[in-house]
Design a protein around this ligand. Structure first.
Ligand code: TYD
Ligand code: MG
Length: 461
């Protein structure tokens, strides 16, 4: 009989190699290849088609239990989650260091602890910090005015200690682990933060949460390239993956769900980091507009959509003509730089504008990051206005996707964008043709091709 072949499987990405290597050839992670036990060849006597217990099939329309949800005390957090915390679920929260993950989860824990105590529920709120000493967490709680909240707080990193302790008490309503990269299990080799440790610890904690109806909140570090550090499999293991975003130098933070087994993934929660913690921003649509009085060339207002929510942002473009033959710089903050390069190419090729000897800077106000494809037209308007040094009308908003051929394409939620703009005092909207019936509150002008936009901006004013 042929000797069974050895297989080495990457614990990070699942890639298979026939020989051991220090670095996984598929994902490039180091020290992640592990030998897999050779597959047993089953004889027909041992096949899996008998000896099991029958499983139960049920119709889809069976009145099942809807997941119960517990309010977290922060409506914006519940909103991003799709309606609150689901017991027995696991939530992974990623975000850059210092963005406010610990602050947010301490605030949520305090609410759950206070509410549980008020209702006389035996379920408490447990907050385990693997990064900060208890004293540091206490200090933060004092700063947030939460010192009186009956949170069960501890500094610990051993998953065995944590689960043993939890086993001796009533399961909590929520369990915060800050962060999963600091946890360690004595069952698994390797230092905390390694792929196998992160995965093993998460597995044990998630199992505890599922068996006991606990909402588990795992904080996850984010690597330079924006992924949650550790194995991507962590994202498969949890029910919800959230990302807490924002520029540290700005006040505003956006909580986004990237995966959600219990709700939509395009909802966001908006917060402002203030002296006493994160405050909710219930109506964020005006937030990112810089309050300017004078019309400025290079500035265009864009009604963006975040899930079902409109958010108005200001796009600012600056063009600096170079005298020398130096290579001009292009810098983008808050938008995709590849997308800007494309738009510049379209403006040059289809509209005859010349950016080649000019430096181009683009900024989205308020530290906001745009992902909405409808931003193209507003960016184009800002660039044309900056190039021609003609300010855009102050009461106008711009939206639409631009194709390589220079056509302006229809986008989703056109009427919500217009309605919100009208609500905030804008009088006209410029967008793709074939939009919805204007409702009279705002004048809608359609542009079908980018050159028409250039004529309108350079011709008007
Ligand atoms: P933190 O929650 O520690 O971030 P993370 O856990 O994501 O690393 O937030 C730290 C930052 O938030 C820190 O730079 C100070 C700021 N902050 C405030 O501005 N106000 C506050 O009330 C608190 C607690 C923190
Ligand atoms: Mg932290």
């Amino acid at each position: 009989m042929a000797k069974p072949k050895r297989r080495y499987v990457c614990t990070a990405c699942g890639g298979v190699s026939t020989r051991w290597q220090g670095q996984c050839p598929d994902c490039g992670e180091w020290n992640t290849l592990a030998e897999e036990a050779p597959q047993t060849v089953f004889s027909s006597k041992h096949d899996l088609s008998s000896g099991g217990r029958p499983i139960l099939f049920t119709p889809l329309d069976q009145p099942g239990e809807m997941p119960v949800r517990r309010a977290s005390g922060l409506a914006e957090f519940d909103r991003a989650l799709g309606g609150g915390l689901v017991p027995g679920s696991a939530i992974l929260m990623g975000g850059d260091p210092g963005i406010g993950k610990s602050t947010l989860l301490l605030q949520v824990s305090a609410h759950m602890a206070r509410e549980g105590a008020a209702k006389g529920s035996p379920r408490q709120a447990v907050y385990v910090s693997g990064e900060e000493a208890s004293g540091q967490v206490r200090l933060r709680a004092a700063r947030l005015g939460l010192s009186d909240a009956p949170i069960q707080m501890a500094a610990a990193t051993s998953v065995r200690d944590i689960l043993t302790t939890l086993g001796m008490m009533e399961p909590p309503s929520i369990l915060v682990i800050d962060s999963i990269q600091t946890m360690h299990s004595d069952q698994i080799e390797g230092a905390p933060g390694t792929v196998s440790q992160v995965r093993g610890c998460a597995f044990e904690l998630i199992r505890y949460a599922k068996e006991n109806g606990v909402t588990l909140l795992l904080v996850g570090h984010v690597t330079k390239d924006g992924n949650i550090a550790g194995p991507r499999v962590l994202e498969h293991m949890v029910d919800v993956v959230m990302s807490f975003e924002g520029e540290r130098s700005h006040q505003y933070r956006i909580l986004r769900s990237l995966k959600n087994r219990f709700g939509p993934v395009d909802e966001i929660g908006v917060f402002a980091m203030e002296g006493d913690g994160l405050a909710e921003v219930g109506n964020p649509s005006l937030l990112f507009l810089s309050g300017r009085d004078e019309p400025l060339a290079g500035s265009a207002v864009f009604p963006a959509m975040e899930g079902t929510r409109p958010v108005l942002v200001e796009i600012q473009a600056l063009i600096v003509r170079l005298q020398s033959g130096a290579t001009p710089r292009r810098a983008v903050v808050g938008w995709d730089s590849g997308r800007m390069a494309m738009l510049l190419a379209v403006l040059e090729a289809r509209c005859g504008l010349n950016f080649s000897s000019a430096e181009v800077y683009l900024n989205v106000s308020g530290g906001y990051r745009l992902a909405d494809p409808a931003a193209d037209l507003a960016v184009a308007a800002a660039l044309i206005s900056a190039l021609s040094e003609r300010p855009l009308p102050r009461d106008a908003v711009w939206f639409g996707e631009v194709s390589l051929a220079g056509e302006v394409r229809p986008v989703a939620h056109s009427s919500i964008r217009q309605r919100e703009s009208a609500k905030l005092g804008f009088g006209r909207a410029v967008g793709p043709a074939g939009g919805p019936e204007p409702d009279g509150k705002i004048t809608y002008r359609a542009v079908t091709m980018l050159p028409n936009l250039v004529d309108r901006i350079i011709g008007e004013a």
